[in-house]
Structure formats: structure tokens, C-alpha cells
Design a binder for this molecule. Structure first.
Ligand code: B1M
Length: 516
């Protein structure tokens, strides 16, 4: 609700407005919501309760509280939660149009009849019932004069404003002081920077230096002013503005996370997820689910599922093992196919981390936490990938080749084979050729499965073939190989029996061997 009365005759502008404040207070977002006017503002709380923020000051406000803000002072009203309402009456005018000399000179002790002193940048008063009514009636009189513009209306308003300031001056409780001696100029610069950021945040190339250039000041000066007056660094502010816009897009559109990242000028999905989860303690998907106002819109099962799969991939990349496990369960509950969860959620995320690792964008610790998250996710999937109540179809032993510690692929192969009813003995990682062969002999395995991820160690698979020949079991056992660096040609070259590119085809091939 917003009602405004503006002087219609065009002589001396003065505005009276009455508005309902609905924005919910959130400490992280305050700075983004502050706004300032070129006029002086007199704000009076007429209904409800709320919060008034001036720079980094947070002041609870109630009916009868008055806030006077000099020109260009960033401030905003909020409600503590969405059930509460706050109604404000505001007068806004250029003080030089209405007063002369001391009363209008911002640095004079008699500025606004002495309401501001000691370099104060904001003043507020709590009025008693009697005074509150008096001030409310002055607001009414001024509003009336503005709307009617009768003879000498400007003189009448000038008198009402003087009386108002003098009365309020007696009740001033607090003034918020400038921390910097020339902070009014500083604020102007910071406000210009904020405006510039808000206009251009979607450009990935936006930097402090480009803004400093646009405002003709040095980067270090802008950086100091920004932090000093807002309490936030430029990069923190820019990140918050972008995240806030991302929230808006998540709430109000169907855009995919990747598209939102681009639209907000963010660098990549990985960083977006990391910052979003840190800031809002939930994933973008969860945020969209709980905040989307698009009521009556039918979101297809496929869309929900795709969004969960994207979340699985993104959380895996930042190593959020617990969240990954929960999301995998959620995807299953939504009726998704376990293989799709594996391929389009878990493995999709792992392959992005692999690329980043290759390009030097992430390092071993990040890969390790991602691998841990992958394992947590596959643990949840395991019972769904495995078919229950199947009688053993054969026996195999599996391990990662000597010198190689990668076990995620191997674990998947094992899981898929077990799903087909094959009993699998897991030898772990860094397995010597003799261990594969001895296990096959002792446990009577039909298949030896070797996994390798490193080009430097894949030749260990040839050793397994030779060891099996040496032990005289080569014609009794099938040797299957797999892993990123090996292929069909390599399989033939070392004399193994079968190469498969993924876990599902490995399980199919193994079952075929067992049944043959
Ligand atoms: Co390492 N690593 N890593 N790493 N790591 C790779 C493999 C690498 C390609 C990364 C890169 O540079 N792009 C690179 C190898 C380069 C090369 O040799 N050409 C590499 C390197 C260099 C290293 C280190 C040397 C790094 C270092 O220390 N500087 C080091 C080596 C340690 C060692 O083994 N001695 C190392 C360490 C690690 C971590 C410990 C941090 C971690 C492993 C954690 C773990 O496994 N518990 C790790 C990881 C996670 C990776 C990447 C990122 C992911 C591997 C993975 O799990 N993929 C990987 C890059 C990448 O692959 N994009 C990389 C998902 C998994 C499901 O796929 O294992 O291929 P994969 O399995 C697939 C198929 O290959 C197939 O089925 C699965 C899919 O369904 N499959 C089989 C696998 N085995 C099969 C067997 C079969 C049939 C199919 O029949 C028997």
C-alpha cells in the first residue's frame, strides 16, 4: 500500500506519503536494501512494529517513533517477520527550499532547529501519546495544505514544519554519528558505487577497479570507503547482491541453475553452490522448493528429478557427503531409476571434479571429499542397484591394480555385479598380481576383475594375466579389465578376456561368463 501527496502547483516541491513496509529484516540483506533520498525525510511510525536500519545500526521501532534522515543518508525500514506490519508516514522535502540560513545549513548547530548535532547523520525520537497526537495532526495539516494549495499554503507548511521540528527536538533520544569526518562526501561515493554495482552485477567482468575508474577515484580509496561506511568489502557486497538476485530467479522463474549462474554474473556452478549453501544453509533446489510462489504451476516429475540430479552433482563437487546421501534418497523417493541417479547425478559431478582436477582448478583434498561424497551416495543406492532375493550366479574377485588407490569405479563394478547375483570378493586397492590369482584359486572364482585408473600402473594387469598362466589356472578363470586408461586394444595386447567401459556392462559380461 502506498499513498502519496505531492504539491501539484509546481512551486516548491514537498511530498507526503503513507506506506506499509513489508520487507522482512535479514541481517545479510540489509545493506542491499538501504536507500537514500536527495531530500530530508521525516518518518513517523503510525502502526505496527518493525526495525529501522541506518548504515549498520539496527533500531527497533514502534508506534510514535520518529526518524529524521538528512539528505543522502542510506536507511530502510523492515518488519521482523512477515506476520507483522509497519505503517509509516513520511514527509520529504529539500530543506533549502523551506528554511534559510542556520536551519538549512547541514553543518550548523541549528540545522533543523538543532535536531542534529555533533556531526550526526540521523536522529530519532520516541514520542509520548500526547505529543504523538500533536505531530500526527501536524502531518494531517501539512498533507491538507499540500493537496489544497490554498493561498499562502507554502507559508502555512513552513510554519507547521518549524513547529514540528521544534517539538521533535525536545524528544530526541539518539543521534547516529558520522564515523568519518567527511563521510557525507564518502557516502555519496559509496552510494554511487552501490548504484553502479546494482546496475552491472550481471557482468562477470565487474571489478572494484572498473567501478573506481567509472567514479574517477582510486581503487584503494574506494575500497577503504566502502568497507568503512558499509561494514562490508566490495566483493562481499557484490557476492550478496548476486546471491540475492539468484534467490529472486529461483523463486520467480524456471531457469536452470546454470542459467541463473550466468544471469547473475557468477563465475561457475561449483562456487555458486558453495556460497549459496554457506549463506542460506540450504541448496538452491531446496530454496526453490520452499520459496517458489508459482502456485498453480504444475511442475512435472521430470523437472523435479532433473533439479535433484543437478543438486546431487553440485553437492558432490563441494564434498557435502551428508546432503548427497539425502538427495540420492530423495531422488529414489521421487521414483527415479537408480542408474539414472548414478549416471546423471553422482558420476556427472565426479566427472566435473575430474576435469577441474586436470585443469588445476581443484586439488587432491577437494577430490578426496568429492570421492567421499560419491561413496556416501553410492551406499544409499546400493540396495536399489542390487536385485534382492537372487541366488548366487557365480563368484568373482575384484581389486584395483598394484600402485593404484582409486576405488570408486571398482566399488561400482562390485555393486553392479552383486546386483546381478554374483558373489564378489573385494580385495581393495593396491592389489598385487599374486593376490588376485591366489584368491581365485582358494575361493574358486570364475572371474578375476582388475580395475586401473593410472596409466603408470595399468601394466600391472598384464602381470595378473602372466601370474594366472604361471599358476596354471588361465583356462579356468576369465580375466576382466576396466578403468579410464584402458581399452579393448589394451585388453587384447595383454591377453585378458574382456574389457568393458562401465560398471553395468561389466556386470552383464560377468553374468554371461558365469552362465557359459
Ligand atoms: Co586421481 N587421478 N590421482 N585421485 N583421480 C585420476 C584418475 C586422473 C585421470 C585425474 C586427472 O589428472 N585428470 C589422474 C590419472 C592420470 C593418468 O594416469 N592418466 C589421477 C592422478 C594423476 C592421481 C594422483 C597421481 C594425483 C596425485 O597424487 N598427484 C593420485 C594417485 C594415487 C594413487 O592411486 N597412487 C590420485 C589420487 C586421487 C584421490 C585419492 C584424491 C582420488 C581417489 C579416491 C578414491 O578413489 N577413493 C582421486 C580421484 C577421485 C580421481 C578422479 C577425479 C576420479 C576417479 C573416479 O573415481 N571416477 C580421476 C579423474 C577422472 O576420472 N575424471 C582421477 C569415477 C569412477 C566411477 O570412474 O574409476 O573410471 P572410474 O570407473 C568407471 C569406469 O572406468 C569403469 O566403471 C566405472 C563407471 O561405471 N571401470 C571398470 C572401472 N573399473 C572397472 C573394472 C571393470 C570394468 C569397468 O572390469 C573389471
Amino acid at each position: 500500500m502506498y499513498k502519496e501527496t505531492v504539491n501539484p502547483c509546481g512551486e516548491i516541491p514537498i511530498f507526503h506519503s503513507e506506506f506499509l513496509c513489508e520487507e522482512v529484516y535479514s541481517p545479510e540483506d540489509v545493506l542491499c536494501s538501504l536507500s537514500s533520498d536527495k531530500n530530508i525525510e521525516v518518518n513517523m511510525v503510525v502502526e505496527g512494529e518493525g526495525i529501522h536500519c541506518v548504515f549498520d545500526q539496527v533500531i527497533p521501532c514502534n508506534v510514535g517513533d520518529i526518524y529524521i534522515m538528512p539528505p543522502h543518508t542510506p536507511h530502510a525500514f523492515f518488519v521482523p517477520d512477515e506476520k507483522l506490519q509497519l505503517k509509516i508516514r513520511r514527509l520529504s522535502f529539500n530543506i533549502n527550499d523551506w528554511f534559510d540560513g542556520d536551519v538549512a545549513a547541514q553543518d550548523h548547530p541549528n540545522f533543523c532547529y538543532g535536531i542534529f548535532n555533533d556531526n550526526a547523520v540521523a536522529a530519532y525520537a520516541m514520542l509520548n501519546d500526547y505529543t504523538q497526537k500533536k505531530i500526527a495532526s501536524l502531518f494531517d495539516d501539512i498533507e491538507y495544505e499540500i493537496s489544497k494549495t490554498k493561498n499562502n499554503w507554502a507559508d502555512a507548511i513552513r510554519s507547521y514544519l518549524s513547529i514540528m521540528f521544534i517539538i521533535i527536538g525536545r524528544y530526541i533520544n539518539t543521534t547516529i554519528k558520522n564515523t568519518s569526518s567527511n563521510s557525507s562526501k564518502g557516502w555519496n561515493i559509496v552510494i554511487s558505487a552501490i548504484k553502479y554495482i546494482r546496475k552491472n552485477f550481471s557482468q562477470t567482468t565487474l571489478t572494484l577497479s572498473s567501478i573506481a575508474g567509472a567514479l574517477y577515484i582510486s581503487e584503494s580509496h574506494l575500497s577503504r570507503l566502502f568497507k568503512g561506511l558499509t561494514g562490508k568489502s566490495f566483493s562481499e557486497y557484490l557476492r550478496d547482491i548476486r546471491l540475492e538476485h539468484a534467490c529472486k530467479l529461483l523463486r520467480e522463474t524456471d531457469m536452470k541453475v546454470g542459467e541463473i549462474v550466468t544471469a547473475c554474473g557468477l563465475s561457475d556452478v561449483y562456487t555458486f553452490y558453495k556460497n549459496f549453501t554457506l549463506r542460506y544453509h540450504m541448496t538452491p533446489h531446496e530454496y526453490r522448493k520452499s520459496n517458489s510462489p508459482i502456485k498453480n504451476k504444475i511442475i512435472s516429475k521430470g523437472e523435479i528429478l532433473m533439479s535433484i540430479l543437478n543438486d546431487i552433482s553440485a553437492n558432490l563437487q563441494i564434498g557435502k557427503a551428508k546432503i548427497v546421501a539425502e538427495l540420492v534418497q530423495q531422488a529414489i523417493d521421487e521414483g527415479s531409476n537408480p542408474e539414472q541417479i548414478l549416471n546423471e547425478g553422482l558420476l556427472a559431478g565426479m566427472s566435473i571434479i575430474g576435469e577441474k582436477f586436470k585443469n588445476g582448478e581443484v586439488f587432491v583434498p577437494e577430490v578426496l571429499v568429492a570421492a567421499r561424497a560419491m561413496n556416501k551416495g553410492t551406499q544409499v543406492l546400493k540396495p536399489y542397484l542390487a536385485q534382492s532375493n537372487v541366488t548366487p550366479n557365480g563368484k568373482a574377485c575384484i581389486g584395483t591394480i598394484q600402485g593404484d588407490l582409486h576405488d570408486i569405479g571398482k566399488n561400482l563394478v562390485k555393486m553392479m555385479m552383486e546386483g546381478k547375483g554374483i558373489e564378489v570378493i573385494d580385495l581393495g586397492t593396491d592389489v598385487a598380481p599374486s593376490t588376485f590369482v591366489q584368491t581365485a584359486i582358494e575361493q574358486n572364482c570364475q572371474i578375476i576383475c582388475c580395475s586401473a585408473l593410472l596409466t603408470t600402473t595399468m601394466w600391472g594387469m598384464e602381470e595378473v594375466v602372466k601370474e594366472a598362466e604361471k599358476a596354471g589356472i588361465r583356462d579356468k578363470v576369465k580375466i576382466m579389465i576396466g578403468g579410464a586408461p584402458v581399452n579393448e586394444d589394451f585388453c587384447c595386447q595383454i591377453g585378458a578376456d574382456c574389457y568393458t567401459p562401465d560398471a553395468a556392462s561389466a556386470a552383464d559380461a560377468a553374468i554371461a561368463f558365469c552362465k557359459a
